[in-house]
Design a protein around this ligand. Structure first.
Ligand SMILES: CCCCCCCCCCCCC/C=C/C(=O)SCCNC(=O)CCNC(=O)[C@H](O)C(C)(C)COP(=O)(O)OP(=O)(O)OC[C@H]1O[C@@H](n2cnc3c(N)ncnc32)[C@H](O)[C@@H]1OP(=O)(O)O
Length: 242
């Protein structure tokens, strides 16, 4: 029996060929992207373990890995682009909040305030992010290659139950530790009078950021719980923002 494509017009065949080529390019790009990101976070793991074994302390560890962390976490901005152009089935809002809050933590908190870089809370969120991202990107990679080991799928949709709250604790404690330095230095703040006639206080902005975890974090967490039910238990779930 002839397939639909065999029956189709020349235009239909061309459209199908174009779709197939586009699909192959997208799969190749996402595979490359996910492998690169898995490798990046693995490099971070090796650097952290090596540093700790050599020095026997977490002090100075952040400084040692800062460049790699900034690079790979900033590279994750592409994920918002992937959602926006529709090559992955994920909400732009959920991904945007997740990626932007991480970039904010890296660039505007930890990187900007040297005095807090040796806090245990920094190591907490960096370690949690690292474990999470190695699992997540290897999940996507093996999934794209159609060879997904069950333990990676299981880890992707179970570890976040503990890792997400732990990461948030690390992030909130770090912002909290930054507050006195921000207040004292007046960094990133704009006082009146100035030529723009605008005032901005980074200290209060950080307090607002901390408070914004209260409504935003549960939404991310429940999103992941829904994904878990869908992937591990096959439930059909309709997302509101899709
Ligand atoms: C100005 C400053 C503002 C600051 C505001 C602050 C507020 C902050 C509030 C909250 C802050 C949270 C802080 C976060 C901390 C941490 O990360 S702690 C560490 C623990 N973290 C996690 O466990 C992260 C969990 N989150 C995620 O996994 C994602 O980031 C997600 C976007 C939240 C959810 O992932 P999602 O993509 O929706 O689900 P998946 O099931 O993984 O994927 C859905 C489908 O899309 C495909 N896909 C997605 N990405 C890719 C890819 N890169 N490559 C290939 N495919 C991809 C995926 O395969 C799925 O496809 P289908 O199976 O076909 O459905």
């Amino acid at each position: 029996m002839a397939s639909g494509e065999e029956d189709g017009t020349v235009e239909e065949k061309e459209t199908n060929n174009k779709k197939r080529t586009k699909g192959a390019i997208v799969t190749a790009w996402l595979t490359f992207y996910n492998i690169a990101m898995t490798a990046g976070w693995l490099v971070l793991t090796v650097a952290m373990v090596k540093y700790y074994l050599q020095k026997g302390t977490h002090k100075g560890l952040y400084r040692n890995i800062a460049r790699t962390l900034k690079f790979f976490q900033t590279f994750a901005l592409l994920e918002v682009g992937h959602c926006a152009i529709g090559i992955v089935r994920t909400s732009v809002i959920v991904t945007g909040v997740q990626v932007c809050s991480r970039i904010f933590m890296v660039w505007f908190i930890t990187n900007s305030i040297r005095q807090i870089q040796n806090e245990e809370s920094v190591i907490l969120f960096v370690v949690v992010w690292t474990v999470t991202e190695i699992t997540r990107y290897s999940f996507y990679t093996f999934n794209l290659l159609n060879h997904l080991p069950y333990f990676i799928k299981w880890a992707r949709y179970n570890m976040f139950i503990v890792m997400y709250p732990l990461g948030v604790v690390g992030e909130l404690l770090t912002i909290h530790a930054a507050l006195p330095y921000v207040r004292r230095s007046g960094m990133y703040s704009l006082r009146l009078p100035n030529k723009y006639n605008v005032s901005f206080d980074y200290y209060y902005f950080l307090i607002i950021v901390m408070l914004s975890y209260i409504p935003l974090f549960p939404q991310l967490y429940f999103h992941m719980l829904r994904q878990r039910r869908r992937v591990l238990h096959g439930e059909i779930i309709v997302e509101k923002d899709e």
